[in-house]
Design a protein around this ligand. Structure first.
Ligand code: PMP
Ligand code: GLU
Length: 399
C-alpha cells in the first residue's frame, strides 16, 4: 500500500494518544490516574446545552454559511469588544470546527511553501505539524525556565530572516502555563510590525489565568499590529466544550476570505446547532467560567507544591492555563527494574506502565525532552493520589 509522504511525515498528537491510552487502560479495569487530557473535567454549562438542544429540536439542522451564522459572528464580535477591547465586524470573523481547525486554516492561508514560521518552544504539539502540512518551515525559538519559558525580544529578533512570514504566539501557554505581560506583548508586536510578520495569536487559555495576571490580545495594541494579527479563540477551555468542536478567528477580511474559501471546500460549516450553543456560551451568563478558574487555581497550588516536594522534580508555578511543566532532568540516568530513564518519554512510560499507573505527557512532543506535562484539569482527589504515586515511583529509582 502507498500513502502520501505528507501523511507519513505527520506525527500523531501525543496529547491525544496518551489520553486515549490511559482511557483504554481504565476501560480494562486498570486504576490509572490521568494527568493527560488538556480538557476541563467540568460539564458544559447547562444554559449552553439547553440552547443547542432547543435549536436541534426546532430543526436547525441544515448547512449554515460555511464561515458560521451571522448571529454567532455577532456574538463573537461582542465578546472581542467586551473582553479584549477589539473592534471587528462579522465579515472579519470565521468560526471553525475547534481552534485547532482555525489555526490550521490560518496557517494554510498565510504560509507558502518554504516560508518560515517562528514557533517559541516549548510549543503546543500541533503547531509544527500544521506548518509541515502547509510545506512551511518551522523555526524554533528555544526558551527554558530561566526566562519563565518566555521568548525575549532579542530571541525573536535573532530568529527572523527574509523568509519569516508568521509567528505563532500562545499566551497563556500550553504546555508551560507562561503568561506574557502587556509590556512583553507590546515588544513582540513592535518587532512583528517592523518586520511585517503575521502573528497567529492563540488565546484559547485567556480565561484561565492567575495571580492577578491580565490577558492582553496582541491585536489590541494598535492599528498596525491589528492588521497583522490573527486572533484565535474558542470555547473548549473557557466553557468546557472540547467535544463540541467550535473555535474562531478574527482577522483582516482578506485573510478571513482566504480561510473561508479553504473551509468552503474542505469541511463547510461548524455543526449548525453547536453554533447556537456557542452563541449562548458567549452571550449568556459567564459565572461558570470564573468558577472553573477558581477551582483550577486551588488545584494548581496543590500540584505545584506536591511535585516540588519530590526529590529530582522541579516545578515552576504557572501563571495560566491548567498545566504544570516540571523539569525531570535530575532523574535522567536513574534506573528501575532494569530500565533506564533516558528522557521525559521513558520517564512517562515508567509512570504509566510501571506500578504507579499515572499518565503524564512527555515534553518531547512539545520540544522539551527534559520536562513532563501534567494537566490539573482533574479532581483534587486524583491530584493528591497521583502525586503520592509519582513520589513512590521516583523513590524506587536507583543510580
Ligand atoms: N491551542 C492550544 C494551545 C490548545 O492547547 C488546544 C487544545 N485544546 C487548541 C488550540 C485547540 O483547541 P480546540 O480545537 O479544542 O478548540
Ligand atoms: N489541546 C489539548 C492538549 O494539549 C487537547 C489535545 C489536543 O487537541 O491535542 O492536551
Amino acid at each position: 500500500m502507498k500513502i502520501s509522504q505528507r501523511a507519513i511525515n505527520t506525527a500523531p498528537s501525543p496529547t491525544l494518544a496518551i489520553t486515549s491510552k490511559a482511557k483504554a487502560m481504565k476501560a480494562e479495569g486498570i486504576d490509572v490516574i490521568s494527568f493527560g487530557a488538556g480538557e476541563p473535567d467540568f460539564d458544559t454549562p447547562q444554559n449552553v446545552k439547553d440552547a443547542a438542544c432547543k435549536a436541534l429540536a426546532a430543526g436547525f439542522t441544515k448547512y449554515t454559511p460555511s464561515s458560521g451564522t451571522v448571529e454567532l459572528k455577532k456574538a463573537i464580535c461582542a465578546k472581542l469588544k467586551r473582553d479584549n477591547g477589539l473592534d471587528y465586524v462579522p465579515a472579519q470573523i470565521i468560526a471553525s470546527n475547534g481552534a485547532k481547525h482555525s489555526i490550521y486554516n490560518a496557517v494554510l492561508t498565510l504560509c507558502d511553501p518554504g516560508d518560515e514560521v517562528i514557533i517559541p518552544t516549548p510549543y503546543w504539539v500541533s503547531y509544527p505539524e500544521m506548518v509541515k502540512l502547509a510545506d512551511g518551515i518551522s523555526v524554533y525559538v528555544q526558551t527554558n525556565e530561566s526566562t519563565g519559558f518566555k521568548m525575549t525580544p532579542e530571541m525573536l529578533k535573532a530568529a527572523i530572516t527574509p523568509k519569516t512570514r508568521i509567528l505563532i504566539f500562545n499566551s497563556p501557554s500550553n504546555p508551560t502555563g507562561a503568561v506574557y505581560s502587556g509590556d512583553e506583548i507590546a515588544e513582540i508586536a513592535k518587532i512583528a510590525v517592523a518586520n511585517n510578520i503575521y502573528v497567529i495569536s492563540d488565546e484559547i487559555y485567556e480565561k484561565i489565568i492567575y495571580d492577578g495576571n491580565k490577558h492582553v490580545s496582541i491585536a489590541s495594541l494598535g492599528d498596525d499590529i491589528k492588521k497583522l494579527a490573527i486572533t484565535v479563540n474558542g470555547l473548549s477551555k473557557s466553557h468546557s466544550m472540547t467535544g463540541w468542536r467550535v473555535g474562531y478567528i478574527a482577522a483582516e477580511q482578506e485573510i478571513v476570505g482566504g480561510m473561508t474559501r479553504i473551509q468552503d471546500n474542505t469541511t463547510s460549516n461548524p455543526v449548525s446547532f453547536v453554533q447556537v450553543g456557542a452563541e449562548e456560551a458567549l452571550n449568556g451568563p459567564q459565572d461558570t467560567v470564573e468558577k472553573m478558574r477558581i477551582a483550577f487555581d486551588e488545584r494548581r497550588k496543590v500540584i505545584v507544591d506536591g511535585l516540588n516536594a519530590i526529590p529530582g522534580i522541579v516545578c515552576p508555578n504557572p501563571g495560566g492555563a491548567f498545566y504544570v511543566f516540571p523539569n525531570i532532568s535530575a532523574l535522567i540516568g536513574k534506573k528501575c527494574d532494569g530500565k533506564t530513564i533516558i528522557d521525559a518519554e521513558s520517564f512517562a512510560d515508567y509512570l504509566l506502565t510501571g506500578d504507579a499507573k499515572v499518565a503524564v505527557i512527555p515534553g518531547n512532543g512539545f520540544g522539551a525532552p527534559q520536562n513532563i506535562r501534567l494537566s490539573y484539569a482533574t479532581s483534587m482527589d486524583n491530584i493528591k493520589k497521583g502525586i503520592e504515586r509519582i513520589s513512590a515511583a521516583v523513590a524506587k529509582l536507583e543510580d
